[in-house]
Design a protein around this ligand. Structure first.
Ligand code: PL3
Ligand code: FE2
Ligand code: FE2
Length: 238
């Protein structure tokens, strides 16, 4: 953006950062930020909902849910700081397929599916997005995102531990839920990639980071390399 001939834009460009004040940047940010806010809100609601399925975990899940509201507040501040209004209707549509599957599983008491959707897929998606965003974020948002990403590992780890402790009983439901939901995450990554590119976030970096958290989680749960490869392949065929 050195073509803008503004000293601020020139120095941001020299640092490899986008010009945060352009209309193009703010327009893309209004959707990406809304996705993040909606994601944090739904994560909050989902952890509370999962607590109704595993009552002895309700306190711990309520603690995770509270962290999500803190994230939501942080990302709201990021938008305010840039003078951006989040496009919430867009973000609600964006999450609809995954939200519907979560709600369906919840109504049928399928806790393995709920944990896979929220604690593995959504958290790994968030972690990849935040990792790739941090180096190209404005300084205010960078600080906030760095704090959030640590919490998201706690959330991913929570699901991992529960699923690991129940590995013998979860295999079939987990594989089936993965086949249904991993393709949705892939198409969410595709949908966000144009706006992400405006924020200087690369689509392949997002996918690679997502797959690395996802595979690491599955390995820790106790799936074999072959099972993991087969489950990851669901992203290709979906
Ligand atoms: C669970 O704790 C949070 C779920 C949030 C999902 C986030 C998806 C992110 C899409 C791409 C965003 C780039 C980051 C920009 C931050 C303002
Ligand atoms: Fe979060
Ligand atoms: Fe989270």
């Amino acid at each position: 953006m050195a073509t803008l001939a503004s000293p601020v834009a020139d120095s941001l460009d020299a640092l490899g950062l986008p010009d945060f004040s352009t209309e193009t940047y703010k327009d893309a940010y209004s959707r990406i930020n809304a996705i993040v806010i909606e994601g944090e809100q739904e994560a909050h609601d989902n952890y509370l909902a999962i607590g109704t399925l595993i009552p002895d975990q309700a306190d711990e899940l309520a603690r995770l849910a509270r962290m999500e509201l803190k994230h939501l507040k942080g990302f709201t501040a990021c938008a305010n700081n840039l003078g951006v209004t989040a496009d919430m209707p867009f973000a609600q549509d964006f999450f609809a397929p995954l939200r519907n599957n979560f709600q369906q599983a919840l109504s049928e008491g399928r806790v393995v599916t709920c944990l896979l959707i929220q604690s593995i897929l959504i958290e790994a998606f968030a972690i990849s997005a935040y990792h790739i965003y941090i180096p190209v974020a404005d300084p205010f948002a960078r600080k906030i995102t760095e704090g959030v990403v640590k919490d998201e590992y706690t959330h991913l780890n929570y699901g991992q531990q529960w699923l690991k402790a129940h590995l013998d009983e979860i295999r079939e439901e987990f594989e089936q839920a993965n086949r249904q939901n991993l393709p949705l995450v892939r198409s969410m990554l595709e949908q966000v990639s144009g706006d992400a590119a405006v924020l200087q976030m690369d689509k392949e970096d997002l996918m690679a980071d997502f797959l690395s958290s996802y595979q690491e989680a599955l390995m820790d749960i106790g799936f074999s390399n072959r099972e993991i490869a087969k489950m990851a392949a669901a992203a290709l065929v979906g």
